[in-house]
Design a protein around this ligand. Sequence first.
Ligand SMILES: [Zn+2]
Length: 142
Amino acid sequence: MCAAVAAEDQDYIVWRDDIAMIGMPHEDISIPFIGFLMPRRHADLSDLEPYEAARMGELMVLLERAVTDVLDVPRVQILRWGDGQEHLHWWVLGRPTGATQLRGTFLSSWEDVLPPRPREEFRADVEVVMRRFVALAGGEIP
Ligand SMILES: [Zn+2]
């Protein structure tokens, strides 16, 4: 993650502002949306300055709004594990409408077993979400 950030990997970083950025998984995914919301500088959760923490909270709200505005997603789940990764990254997962068996903590487990979506399709969805996110939160698509 730190290497992708340092290299400004365009396949990974799909949005950024002065404080934060969003990465997308390098692996293929099965659910409608997965993004990683993280600080631009190398920092874990307890390292954030108050202004960075405030912006991160605002961005979580606006990212859920962007995902639910443009995709067939009624709810976004936000998780943070970070075991073995000291660069804070919030997992932001979109649960598809009607898939009630994917509710709750099962969503990330189902993500591992369902067949992956075509990469181009996921990438196109991410771009639509990021355009909406720029309208809501500012920042830029690199
Ligand atoms: Zn880092």
